[in-house]
Design a protein. Structure first.
Length: 119
């Protein structure tokens, strides 16, 4: 195998691994969503099942203070959906969801987004 073919094969293999990490399909509340009432939980659906033990969701208020959540868990009906119950009353304002997910191959991905609760 010549060098170019080897590099191409290696590159294609790496590209496949990059796309094997969990990616977000949808989130509730959604990014930049404006809600008339506070949600009771945060749900994030991934392209593949994250390892629950090493994955999680945090919620921050407009002052960057943590909002209490229950433990993040995978749904029994759909193990690609990570859910965290909101255990306190959300006041009107801006909130940031901070999430991380670890795949079976131990690669970690993370992200954040904001939603708004109207007065």
């Amino acid at each position: 195998m010549n060098t170019k073919a080897l590099l191409l094969a290696l590159g294609l293999g790496l590209a496949t691994n990059v796309y094997a990490h969990p990616r977000v399909i949808s989130a509730t509340p959604a990014e930049n969503e404006i809600l008339a009432s506070a949600p009771t939980n945060i749900r994030i659906e991934f392209t593949e099942r994250p390892v629950a033990k090493f994955s999680g969701i945090e919620l921050l208020d407009a002052r960057n203070q943590a909002v209490p959540l229950g433990p993040s868990e995978l749904l029994a009906k759909d193990s690609k959906v990570l859910v965290a119950p909101i255990t306190s009353k959300l006041e009107p304002g801006d909130y940031t969801v901070v999430w991380h997910a670890v795949a079976a191959d131990t690669h970690r991905v993370d992200g954040r987004y904001t939603f708004h609760v109207r007065p």
